[in-house]
Design a protein around this ligand. Sequence first.
Ligand code: PHE
Length: 344
Amino acid sequence: MLEQLESLSAAALAELETINSSDALREWESKYLGKKGSVIELVRSTGKLPAEERPAFGKRANEIKTKLEAAHADREKLIHDQELAQDLEGGEVDITLPGRPRQVGGLHPSTQTLRNFYSIWADMGFQVYRSRDVEDDLHNFELLNFPPHHPARDMQDTFYTTTPDVILRTHTSPGQIRAMQEFGEGGTQPIRVILPGMCYRFEQITARSEVQFHQVEGLAVGRNIRMSDLKGTIAAFARRMFGEAAKVRYRASYFPFTEPSMEVDVECFLCGGEGCRVCKYAGWLEIAGSGMVHPTVLRNGGYDPTQWSGFAFGMGPERITMLKHGIEDIRYFWSNDLRFLEQF
Ligand code: PHE
């Protein structure tokens, strides 16, 4: 049986030398090394030998099997290389075809603006604090000095839910209360945070307003924080965001949770102040609401307003992205149209 095995192996190796295609190679493999291959069958019949011959036969059979497998692998590589070379020459693969470009994802323009915000505010010592999207009336309104029937609530049309007292936040300002309560340590510690996040308003969707949009709230609480700190800080932000030449103006305004309050405009550099559709022909674009934190709000956050003061602002990154890129319609942001998204 050993001789039979040796001559079978020799025949198999000789035959392998003549094989030149992967089909023929596959046949060879099943003929000799497959489950029913002749070499394998011989090995399997080791049991029929007298016991004393078995170890030597088994050992040799294994060597032969390993040798045939190695020879097969070599031949396979050779044939593969040959076939590839043939394909490349013979035109089965057209190597002049342009490659398929790999699709590379990109960051949403709002995300890019948000990240830009974070780094500018981080340089000025503001930490990011994420407050919740789902709020209650207490935080979204009452503690911010909007009493239940106050007309200022009309400024922010609210999405109520069927669950009592569960609403979607209409602005990021409720985060002011949460940040003061969480980090103020009972009104003893200063705070410098920005609160980014999605806000929701039950509004008519137009080129300028959406039912959901981001805001980035800022809050600084400390001793001796003054209006001039707010103005200087916002002006510094505008220069980083829009360039050294950016012009900013402040207009008196009203929010229940700040006193005094002001709105911040940047000169529209889509039109250079001339007036265009984006700035509603005003030459200026509103980028933030802001003001000095109202004493009542400080108190609700745990601070003594005779000892502490603060400023707050709320900005709209989508508005700012529109300004930076000359985007004329806010509805593009959440419409998921790749033709829009791929431009950023
Ligand atoms: N929360 C206000 C708004 O949504 C913006 C604002 C934030 C104003 C902070 C003053 C201070 O319009």
